[in-house]
Write a protein that binds this ligand. Sequence first.
Ligand SMILES: Nc1ncnc2c1ncn2[C@@H]1O[C@H](COP(=O)(O)OP(=O)(O)OP(=O)(O)O)[C@@H](O)[C@H]1O
Length: 371
Amino acid sequence: MALDRILLSRFRNHRETLVEGTAQFNLLVGENGAGKTNVLEAISLFAPGRGLRRAGLADMPAQGLDGGFAVSASLMTPGAEPVRLGTGVAAERPGRRIVQVNGAEAPAVRLAEWLSIGWLTPAMDRLFVEGAGARRRFLDRLVLAVRPEHAGHATRLESALRERNRLLADETAPDPRWLDAIEAQIAEAGAAVATARAELVGRLEAVLAVLPESPFARPSLHYQPGGPVETEALARALHDGRPRDRAAQRTLTGPHRDELAVAMAGKNQLAAECSTGEQKAMLIAIALAHSQLLEGEAEKRPRLLLLDEVAAHLDPLRREALFERLRAGSAQVWLTGTELAPFEAIAGEAAIWEVSAGSVRRTSSPPADLL
Ligand SMILES: Nc1ncnc2c1ncn2[C@@H]1O[C@H](COP(=O)(O)OP(=O)(O)OP(=O)(O)O)[C@@H](O)[C@H]1O
């Protein structure tokens, strides 16, 4: 069942927590501050990047211990031996995240070749009203699940942009040949990033268009590129924009200025202007559409969906619809909540853990006091 035997060692408020005997639906139930989101965050570290809190590595080791942490898990892939995944930080090298696949060290980006992990957290409720950067990061995570190589293009783009901006801000006029070389890198990586983003938004739109509109508000997505999408056109725009960019001391064209515009289909209202509940429903619709899109991918990687405090925020009708759609898919789903009541419809088929003060206890059936 995707991930099993997840062991958290010295991770936040979990000294030693084993989560074992997983199912398609996995419920983590416990009071505020018990450590439920910490379990989801630990799982999210099996995706490239900084995990679902976007936290720094220094925040993750359990306070008051030696400064290191480790998370390991078995990844079940159909018809094959389980893959052993591990990640963490050694106390003596606190700034360096280590990733291991079957005991051998691997770059974090390679995790996306083994499994894909999506998540929704309460912090994402502000996704549509925040700056465009948050939506680009969100979009990149969706792209990464389809194209693991996206991370490499995005990293190359970022470092080339940093270098160009440094040159532009320099008091002495930059060497044009050096700018040529940097701009060629930006154009190449930037075109790959922009093309992948545009393609994914198009595919998501196609899935969303055929999903029933109700009970989730159907979002319409529109990719607005921050510059030309093709390599040569982007290189030319960068070259021609040098005087303007030098005056601004930063690069004003390219995928780092992309926007993912989201509106509520039918109503034709920008997502930022919708109610909080409508925004949440649109986010869920995007996550479900993405999950469905991955379902059709030829290359079958196990998929996980981490839904932090999602069910409690939905009315019963939408909750039912969410469970129904999740049930129809094959992603392993992790849900958190302070009580079991919102999960009543799936409790009978779910693996349930009571989380309390940094430890978990598997309950074979829903405990009466939680219902
Ligand atoms: N590095 C750390 N070391 C020890 N404890 C930590 C660390 N980081 C966070 N915590 C503790 O973890 C707890 C929060 O855990 P978490 O966010 O998983 O709670 P939760 O069960 O999801 O709660 P809620 O229902 O309120 O969202 C807090 O008590 C916090 O102090």
